[in-house]
Write a protein that binds this ligand. Structure first.
Ligand code: FNR
Length: 379
């Protein structure tokens, strides 16, 4: 199958991956209403067609956290790249580098911060989950600084673990435990088994959480104290991060204007308007609906990024028209890396860039400076 768009990559990933892992990537939380709402709300944003404009040489160039980028996209942190592909995290980082855009590594990755930092040559951001033991947390932060991370992305919408019942039904939980159901699922997907699991076994065994502080633990088959401890994280921690971290500080998972204003007061550089891709809180609003009010409340020094549901370049254009200055993509590049490693992810990024440029031409915008609420169709 030839992939022409992100939906094609999704379909290919669905066939290739064991169901447990595809659903882990693809699905939402509880009744999964937000997953569909994110998409419907994006589709409902209509743009004004422009005709008879000279739109030769459309430029998608932008700046993300002070770095010039060919188009305003960064890869979102996802704890799944190394499950869907062999060394998927490094492959994603290299694909981002080829496209000239930043890559965000999650703390929960099984790839070392230092290895991914080397591959992510067009910007390396580290996403942080905060442990109860703040000293343990600082170890990760200091390691990220030493590896040259430009931004610390603190995820603020995960005070508790999400409820994802399908994972239980599929026999896939953390810590990972062998089960008949999972075993059969894997057996039915020999390409993944040979291309991913066997390669890990041949190159050093079961992946570990290599970035967790020593006192937290590291085996994916063992219980580690992870996200649940984020329940104690407050705005005071944000102030402490600001004092200690000299790079760019980003809060990911903001949906309210007052939270954006407070982030700016504390010296945060950017926020990501996000509902975690519909994976955390099923009663939350679609992120694209929350975006305009948040963008309006953000002072000039606070960059507003967006994620949750981006599958087309037109979605990037919609978010930019509604006040974002860049977007993060999660699942889109995961589908790509699942099917074609670095090439697949790089192709997804190229597709998104081309679609964005086409959408700009159709709305009469030659540069991103011209993309704002004026291209929105009233309604
Ligand atoms: C995520 N996301 C996420 N976010 C985060 O801050 N830390 C993490 O470890 C993860 N892990 C993760 C795993 C998987 C499989 C997915 C799909 C997502 C959320 C991610 O960063 C981003 O907010 C969403 O993926 C954006 O929505 P789309 O682009 O996937 O629709």
């Amino acid at each position: 199958m030839t992939a022409y768009n992100v939906a094609d990559y999704r379909e290919m990933a669905r066939r290739r991956l064991p169901r447990a892992f595809f659903e882990f990537v693809d699905r939402g939380t509880e009744d999964e209403t937000l997953l569909g709402l994110n998409r419907r709300a994006l589709d409902a944003v209509r743009l004004r067609p422009a005709v008879l404009q000279d739109v030769r040489g459309v430029s998608t160039e932008a700046a993300l956290l002070g770095r010039a980028v060919p188009f305003p996209v960064a890869i979102a942190p996802t704890g799944a790249a190394n499950i869907v592909g062999f060394r998927g995290e490094e492959a994603l980082a290299a694909a981002a580098a080829r496209a000239g855009v930043p890559f965000t590594l999650t703390t929960s990755s099984t790839s070392r911060i230092e290895d991914v930092a080397r591959a992510a040559t067009a910007g390396f951001w580290l996403q942080l989950y905060v442990w109860e033991d703040r000293e343990a947390t600082w170890q990760v932060v200091d390691r990220a600084a030493a590896a040259g991370a430009e931004a610390l992305v603190v995820t603020v919408d995960t005070p508790v673990m999400a409820n994802r019942e399908y994972n239980g039904r599929n026999g896939f939980a953390f810590p990972v435990r062998p089960s008949l159901r999972l075993g059969l699922d894997i057996a039915r997907h020999p390409r993944w088994f040979a291309g991913v699991l066997c390669r890990y076994w041949l190159s050093g065994g079961t992946p570990r959480y290599v970035n967790y502080p020593a006192q937290v633990g590291g085996k994916v088959t063992q219980k580690v104290s992870r996200i649940a401890n984020s329940a104690s994280v407050t705005w005071e921690d944000v102030a402490r991060f600001r004092d200690r971290w000299t790079g760019r500080l980003v809060l990911k998972g903001i949906l309210l204007p007052e939270d954006a204003a407070r982030a700016a007061e504390l010296g945060v550089d950017a926020i990501v308007v996000s509902n975690h891709g519909g994976r955390m809180f099923d009663a939350a609003p679609p992120a694209i609906e929350a975006l305009p009010a948040v963008a309006a409340a953000a002072p000039p020094g606070l960059q507003v990024l967006f994620d949750s549901g981006v599958r087309r370049g037109l979605d990037i254009l919609r978010a930019l028209a509604l006040g974002a200055s860049g977007v993060l993509v999660g699942r889109a590049t995961l589908y790509g890396v699942a099917c074609g490693g670095q090439e697949g992810a790089a192709h997804v990024l190229e597709i998104l860039r081309e679609e964005l440029a086409r959408g700009m031409a159709l709305t009469g915008c030659r540069s991103l400076a011209e993309v704002d609420q004026r291209i929105l169709w009233p309604g």
